[in-house]
Design a protein around this ligand. Sequence first.
Ligand code: ZN
Length: 1024
Amino acid sequence: MSQQGYVATPPYSQAQPGIGGYPSGFGSASSQPLYGHYGGSPQMFAPPQQGVLKQVASVGSPVSVMPPPPGPNQFSLGNQHNGFTAAGAQPQRFPPTTAVGGQPPLSPYGQPPPTTYQNSAPPLSAQQLTNQMGAMQISGYGPGAMQGSQLPPSLAAQPSFPPPASQSMAHPPMPPGSHAPQMTLLSPKIGPPTMGTMPPGPPVGMQSGFPGPNPVNAGFQQPPGQVSPHGFPQQPGPFGGQMTGPQPGFPGAFPGGTTQMAGPQQKKLDPDSIPSITQVIEDDKVRRGGQTYTTNTRGQVPPLVTTDCLVQDQADLAKQCHVPLAAVMRPLATVPQNETPLYLVNHGETGPIRCNRCKAYMCPLMQFIDGGRRYQCSFCSCVNEVPPFYFQHLDHVGRRLDYYERPELSLGSYEFIASLEYCKNNRPANPPAFIFMIDVSYSNIKSGLVKLICEELKTLLDKLPREEQAEKSVIKVGFVTYNTILHFYNVKSNLAQPQMLVVSDVSEMFVPLLDGFLVDFQESQSVINNLLDQIPEMFADTNESETVFAPVIQAGMEALKAAECSGKLFIFQSSIPTAEAPGKLKNRDDRKLVNTEKEKILFQPQKGVYESLTKECVANSCCVDLFLFPSQFVDVATLGDIPMHTGGALYKYNNFQIQSDGEHFLKDLRKDVEKKIGFDAIMRVRTSTGFRATDFFGAIYMNNTTDVEMAAVDCDKAVTVEFKHDDKLSEDTGALMQCALLYTTVGGQRRLRIHNLGLNCSSQLADLYKSCETDALINFFAKTAYRAMLNQPLKTVREILVNQTAHMLACYRKHCASPSSASQLILPDAMKIFPVYMNCLMKSYPLVGSPDISIDERAYQRQLVMSMDVADSQAFFYPRLIPVHNIDVNSDVMPSAVRCSEERLSEGGIFLLENGTHMFLWLGLACPPEAIQSLFNVPSFAHINTEATTLLELDNPYSKKIRSIIDEIHRQRPHSMKLMIVKQKDKPEMIFRQFLVEDKSLYGGASYMDFLCYVHKEIRQLLT
Ligand SMILES: [Zn+2]
């Protein structure tokens, strides 16, 4: 959309009484109905405004929620090029010439060429007049007075004459070149100036000659000032002249007109044969009254000013539809093996080339100009000089000759080597460190967990992540054990035995040793293995059941700070920290608060020490991973808050038992230690003009409104970014985004990872609904709702979700769907499963509000979801239910899932269900004995041991196939899942049934069908 095309000129901006104007500042937060933002009071949820006039008509609002990047959320080249190829494909353009409210057509209107009116034409006969009018092709006058051949059929049939003021408008095929008429007609509808109050009108003398209503002479009543812009000034015999002569009823109209009108011919005109205003007004009312006039479609003609119509300005598209604009980014996503790894670009000592103004990084979206000497930034339009070392000639299409040689010119995602100025204190970063901090209080010793961890670390530390192509990992390791006091270990390679240093004053934590605490595993392996052997024995007889927690994090953070490196703490905690120390917590598991206004308090982390500790951890690039082994309330809301703000992960194993949970935990630990990770990260999301990133959700910390800080970020962590429009977007250039992540690699290199994406914009609601990405929307809605529940009653949060669902779908129904009975529920195709997801979100543990669910479990799930990417949130809210009783054991394809409902289960079936946190193998009462034999090595259903949490490794195709499916699922998910074996009609089946999300929930969540009916009712209410 060109600037001129749709920016309404000042006189147009006045809101019409009764229609309602939008406040200025389209993109400003204050003018946004805060749907889904939970910041506002319920009255914000008024029905969508329609037919409103607004000041700034930003027609090109973007429409699509960014589809999740292909593959593992790497922005691919294909997506990125959308922005470029968009131009030709757009259905509608608004060139300035067709501008309805545009400026260029306005100026001739205001300043009519005076010559047209100053010369009085000689008197004309009525016949001459009609002839001339015919010659001028003012065909709107109808067959009575004109040659009918020149009329469009529809108009030719009109018995009376439409008023000349509008006649040219009445032609549907008005070419874009006949600019002015469209404007003149629109003006009274949209706002001043109206015909009668034209500001810089023709000379006063002329105006005074046209008294107000004069139906009889309606056809000639218009001020001559309008004639010129109508596009007929070159016609033989200026219009103004024609009128001055013979017309009756124009006494003193024109200078010298009186004498001219005295001619005898005027009597030959029958007053009824000339156009009648009242008739035209009435006809138009009948024909076009109540119509909708949309301003974003070329060639649409509004009815007369006297006919009421609904002016629908599509500029508020983004607001009107209530569909949020958001992107889910997983900056360090693992690149699948069949995709090309990211290229590393080095721009030398000066660092990556960036736009001088907006600091966007060199990318394929930049436009090289001036023979390659300069480039224009596509984000902010700034023209930048190309540094001499980077100069390259352009080819015949304006592309640099080295286009394919440079990833940053031809690919959507790539990395830059960051120069020193991107490093902390302008010094190269040190390799990061991992510190293992083990709670050695009574319960962890008794359960065997401490021994399990120590045994595992001996082998696991050999697999620390390393730089690609590097022979070994440079990550340093350190060890701490704790209960109410902390024990640090010196594991320097030259020691024969590890040394323990105790810090018992936990109120002022310090690190008792620097040298020998963080070491290279390979170098110190024997000392470390020695230590790992000793730890379980050292505390074997402990009676200490209390623990501290905040001082543990403090200690780890101080150690990293002292070593001037970033790193990660692995904390294995079993209980709520009740020992006397900073960050001591009380049991606040008060389920009486559930379903009250105060329920939100349960999810709010304790502040004070924890708040400042979070800040310090982020500032010192200290990421915290927390493994919880609770047997009772541990205040997950508080303990999990530091991991949640430092890019860490949270794991929870209720009532941990080595037998059933050991392997499950070890899988998580291995995955967590080995996975790809970056440290000391800061992310910025830049956008092209017209919209900007306004809110961020994830395991992140925000010190200001734009920099997303993460002490660490791993390959599973996603950041959901919400965008708001602050101006209109252009359909020509689209909407561009650039996500830049500055981080330190596991090898200590400072790098910038860049992801670019170009999206199309559209002014059509229908396009918007076609492009909606339901899975990404649910990810966004879940994160906004889970954040909102900290500050608002859960009831309100749920209401907002329903409300927004209804608004989004009602808007589609109203503007995009073909008319049909109100009793019919019509959903956009791309969003037809949106309601079922929304229902799943509303009955998820965090939001469902049932005193039967543990507060810790709800807080845990809430925190998990906050950093989930789209694939994980999709499965979390709508579990996969896979029938595995009739699978092809020779096929490599993952069997298709069925709907998550009890109806889909069958007595003779075996079903696998997973959602990323839970996994079940459900066995029907009548499932085939052969299958039971193959899987469990027992003869019958009754013999199956449901205590087992893994399948036996039996050597038969069916068993192998099922286990391979389970393995494949585990590969896809960041967390491991404990397999629960559930027999039909057994008591544990209750747990399994909670995951059949299309059914009514045990805890009060509606069934899919009930929810759909409810939403339908809400939609109907909105439409009436
Ligand atoms: Zn720029």
